[in-house]
Design a protein around this ligand. Structure first.
Ligand SMILES: [Zn+2]
Length: 810
């Protein structure tokens, strides 16, 4: 069964002429006026590589000005907040881009995130990893007997016994001195109670826990039939250690996972290379429950041609690109523009190995006469097997070039050699007992946007929770026995690596689609790339929808055509699995929970089709569960104002992935905007990973329940005395997790009515203080879209719930 049979219809709007033209350029437009750009004026938004980019507030008068801001193609964060006086958006801009926005009439506010902040995060990450390495080294030294404290090369950190439902579980963590390099599991021997022999309670194995490539310890939990008093571990080298078992007392109300649920598996930010290593490691440890799948398309690679721009003024600049990739010899190429120091010298080029020397032409007085266009032609004629040269960004190159010392070309890439420069495979981990397509499929994917460092952590944390709790947690077992779960932690690894090592604000992939007449030169390298979340095939730029750009340097560049990018074709392949019915697209930031439609066409905000009422019922019902699970971690509430269709709560995003999954494949496609910033301080990033992993696991439970839930929720209204004279306190309760929509003005409730306590149902809902005698109309809806009393919340139905806010008689 298709989860929703509706979203097959799609409408193509005529493509505006300016967008259809291949040379179309999206410009800064006056916020008061045009949306469709006037063609051919030079673009204002190219981010020069020497400039740093900050996250900056843009203070807008309202949604019309927000649409105008989106239409500039500027690189926007996902944060949009409606304030009393207008709308605040976040843009990622350099000083030059800021000036262009200001010149176009936009008002900028505070700077929220600077590259120095990202450098601090990276430094913190390196320090954390180095600390773990040092601890490992110290322990290994101790274990080797170099200090008096050494007793064994294996040390038990903790051994906890607890009950979970009717089961008993023993959880063990132990550190082995060789754990960094040897991949052995460790065997734990149990006794069967005080005074009994070690081994009499059976054995269990524990496996390595590795984060960011560094071994931390071995961990694992297993069911036991009696409470052990002591355990013993004999390391593979023969060292023995024994420890006492403690009873672990869970805190009450810790959530539906039950006591002993294992979580917290991330200790630092992870690069795409490390993310993939992590899922490979997990699949290797749990081969019966998981496998790593290489998606069909490799990326274009974390690689670039080596380049240089010689000269200062635009009309006398010479841009040079190596033909070879930088790492394959391009970085060895150099170009010198030499003044011969003689009169009447002809322009000439000599090539010695990778060194290219241009001797500039001079006149009778010895003055240099060669223009940029002449140097370009000479370079292409004489050094065309090593490089290509071109005038700067479409300039005619009529200016006389300045002599320049030998300049090495560079690919500008700083990642260590451990980051592959080849077209990169993209991996997903597939989790489930039955991975043959026979079970309901669920997909989660992250890092379409490279600089969003927290969402990938949410996905690996979730994968690890599923696999490590399978043996001991009944609910996890239920999920893995009945679902086919695909998790792709980084769909844009090239951009991800670039964000970690080269330009922290990188949003897009790394592919340069700019022609040499535009911004293909070395100085524009931080502006290139396709916005992977604008390159999909439904309600796209190419269909005439708003919120994506045809400019190769725009933050929302849609690419040369729908699904032109390997990253996007990979996601299309994943979504085409016929059993996949639910998905989560993880982005940051802003703490949003969203679904389709994600795009509208301008003018008039002509939206992609709205979901039907039944579909919207499932969205809202699921949101109440997923957001409650997120809130459970540290009481962070995703607000009703940030829950709903993308184009309602954020802005139009033509060609986004959620819309493709929903409209093309009928997948219930949700989007998280995780947390507060792209690269928050680690403590914050860690909390965000924990809370949104709660939400992602809950999404799996929603999917599992969806298939079998036909029970309509029931709800009731409770009225209690208020401290305020003439008022009463009103609360709703529901028979199962469900969203409640209500009105206080006697209107029939709909999905546009006020949503009650949507993020707090497990904590008990909010208390509404209303005038005594107020009429309350409401209905409830669960995550499978079952509506109380079979009410149709379209404003015409009558069988909603009704009550009066009066105190019950005694
Ligand atoms: Zn994003």
């Amino acid at each position: 069964m298709r989860a929703c049979s509706g979203p097959r219809w799609r409408r193509r709007l005529p493509v505006p002429a300016a967008l259809a033209a291949a040379t179309a350029v999206v410009l800064l437009v006056s916020p008061a006026s045009a949306v469709v750009p006037a063609a051919e004026t030079p673009v204002g938004l190219v981010r020069e590589a020497g400039e740093e980019a900050n996250v900056v507030e843009v203070l807008l008068t309202g949604t019309a000005q927000l649409d105008a801001l989106v239409a500039t193609g500027v690189d926007l964060d996902h944060h949009v907040s409606r304030t009393g006086s207008g709308v605040v958006a976040h843009a990622v801009v350099t000083a030059g881009e800021s000036a262009a926005l200001t010149a176009a009439g936009f008002t900028l506010g505070k700077v929220l995130h600077r590259p120095a902040d990202a450098r601090a995060r990276v430094a913190q990450r390196e320090a954390t990893i180095a600390g773990h390495v040092a601890q490992n080294r110290e322990f290994a030294a101790d274990a080797a007997g170099l200090t008096a404290s050494a007793v064994a090369d294996v040390k038990i950190i903790r051994a906890d016994w607890y009950t979970s439902g009717t089961e008993q579980v023993l959880s063990v963590e132990a550190k082995w001195a060789r754990g960094q390099t040897a991949t052995d599991t460790l065997t734990v021997e149990r006794d069967s109670g005080p005074g009994t022999a070690i081994g009499s309670g059976g054995t269990q194995t524990i496996s390595r826990f590795v984060d960011a490539g560094v071994y931390l310890y071995h961990r694992g939990a297993a069911p036991v039939t009696s409470r052990p008093d002591r355990i013993r571990i004999t390391s593979p080298t023969g060292d023995v250690t024994v420890a006492k078992v403690r009873e672990w007392l869970p805190t009450p109300g810790s959530g539906p996972e039950g006591p002993g649920y294992q979580k917290d598996f991330v200790t630092s930010y992870l690069t795409p290379t490390e993310l993939y290593a992590r899922i490979r490691q997990l699949a290797a440890q749990f081969p019966r429950l998981a496998q790593v799948v290489e998606l069909p398309h490799r990326t274009n690679g974390y690689r670039r041609h080596a380049q240089a721009v010689l000269g200062a003024a635009a009309d006398s600049r010479v841009a040079v690109d190596s033909l070879a990739w930088g790492h394959q010899g391009g970085n060895d190429v150099s170009v010198e523009l030499a003044d011969p120091g003689a009169a009447d010298s002809p322009l000439s080029v000599t090539v010695t190995g990778p060194a290219v020397r241009v001797t500039l032409g001079t006149d009778a007085t010895g003055g240099v006469t060669s223009t940029a266009a002449q140097v370009v032609a000479a370079l292409n004629a004489e050094a065309g097997t090593l490089l290509r040269a071109y005038a700067y960004r479409g300039s005619p190159g009529t200016g006389v070039v300045a002599p320049a010392a030998r300049t090495p070309l560079s690919d500008g890439l700083s990642a260590p050699a451990s980051v592959s420069r080849d077209p990169h495979p993209v991996y997903a981990i597939r989790i489930g007992k039955h991975r043959d397509g026979s079970k309901l499929g669920v997909l989660a994917y992250a890092q379409e946007h490279a600089r969003e460092w927290v969402p990938p952590l949410v996905t690996v944390e979730t994968a690890e929770r599923l696999l490590r709790n399978y043996a001991t947690d009944r609910q996890t077992r239920e999920l893995l026995d009945n679902l086919d779960i695909w998790i792709a932690p980084s769909v844009n690894p090239d951009g991800g690596h670039y964000s970690f090592y080269d330009f922290n604000s990188q949003r897009k992939n790394m592919t340069n689609h700019c022609p040499t007449t535009r911004a293909a030169d070395f100085l524009a390298r931080n502006s290139w790339g396709v916005d992977n979340n604008r390159n999909y095939s439904e309600y796209s730029l190419f269909d005439g929808y708003s919120g994506a750009s045809a400019s190769c340097t725009s933050g929302t560049y849609a690419g040369p055509g729908e699904l032109s990018e390997p990253e996007n074709r990979n996601l299309d392949w994943l979504a085409a699995r016929p059993n996949v019915k639910f998905s989560m697209n993880l982005h940051s930031s802003g703490n949003y929970f969203m679904w389709s439609p994600g795009a509208y066409a301008l003018p008039g905000r002509v939206s992609a089709p709205r979901p039907t009422l039944a579909q919207e019922a499932a969205f809202w019902g699921a949101s109440s569960r997923i957001l409650a699970a997120i809130k459970r971690h540290r009481n962070m509430a995703v607000t009703p104002a940030r829950t709903g269709p993308i184009s309602d709560v954020l802005y139009s995003a033509a060609g986004n992935s959620g819309d493709m999954l929903w409209y093309k494949y009928g997948i219930y496609a949700w989007n998280f905007e995780v947390g507060t910033s792209f690269q928050p301080e680690w403590d914050e990033a860690h909390s965000e990973a924990m809370e949104f992993a709660n939400g992602l696991v809950e999404m799996l439970r929603v999917a599992r329940d969806f298939a079998k839930d036909r029970t309509r929720p029931r709800s009731s209204l409770t009225v209690a005395p208020s401290a305020t004279p003439g008022m009463v306190d009103v609360t709703f309760s529901t028979s199962e997790p469900a969203a409640v929509f209500y009105t206080l003005d006697r209107a029939a409730p709909t999905y546009a009515s006020t949503l009650y306590g949507s993020a707090g149902i497990r904590e008990g809902g909010e208390t509404l203080t209303v005038a005594a005698g107020t009429r309350v109309h409401w209905f409830s809806v669960d995550s499978a879209g079952n509506v109380e009393n079979n009410y149709r919340p379209d404003g015409n139905g009558r069988n909603y719930r009704k009550g009066t806010a009066v105190l019950p008689r005694r």
